[in-house]
Ligand binder design. Sequence first.
Ligand code: GLU
Length: 297
Amino acid sequence: MPALFRFAPSPNGALHLGHALSALLNFEAAKQTDGRFRLRIEDIDTVRCTEDKITQMLDDLDWLGIRWEEPVMRQSERFAFYEDHLQDLKAKGLLYPSQASRKDIQRAVKEWETTAKSPWPRDPDGAVHYPRALLFEKEKDGGNAAWRLNMEKAQAAYSHPLFWQETGPLAPTYPQATQIAASPQEWGDVILARKDCPTSYHLSVVLDDAAQGITHVVRGQDLYAATSLHRLLQSLLDLPAPLYHHHRLLTDIGGQKLSKSRQSLSLRALRKDGVTPSQIKKLIRWSDADLEAFTAV
Ligand code: GLU
């Protein structure tokens, strides 16, 4: 069975150098392992992800010399599929509806922290855990509700122990794979279906990696901690576990991670300035050492 890699950008902004590194790593790793390479457009946010941005994104990837298998998967066309699996989790009693707004959550946590004089738990991204116990919400499936995973119940339902194979530079035995113990409880009661759409990044990413037959998930280290949650969802949904490789992140001069929201220099802008694909490789400090962990399977 050939290895299957993917690049899964969210077209809510322009591709930047960090994306170029991620896409090239996946593409080159697929070549090096005689594997295959697929593309997936993660456009569940149908307001921010526009056709224009998608067209530009595909054009940038093509310009970089990246070639992918057709058809390109688009998450915005798969809402019914996500909904089905969401129903599965609901039927297992692992989800509950939640109407609280961001403001409600902030207020409840602030009040609690002031009284308790200690911090409320936070997830690895720094967001507060959903304070269900503080909100005394009625669990009613009314109109506009998000669906949250009941982490306590989910923990009881998954098959212990939960691990993933990591081949990225954070693995202590890099470039050899290391078995990493997953700790999904760090995330609290995450949202699996948003108020405005029947899924979330976490739910659709695990369903689609399985649907596309992905064997190697190669993505930035900013998603390392989320892998714990992805392994939990794979276990609850009976999905296979791919290998994970979380690659180095590019930073700007100030040492900050490149990101669309911080208006990092886009590939489009660099192209306009006459930068060539081989210069892009220099800018991302491309080195064959980046591919060391990928050997023919
Ligand atoms: N769509 C995500 C992003 O653009 C990446 C998802 C993944 O690689 O798992 O950040």
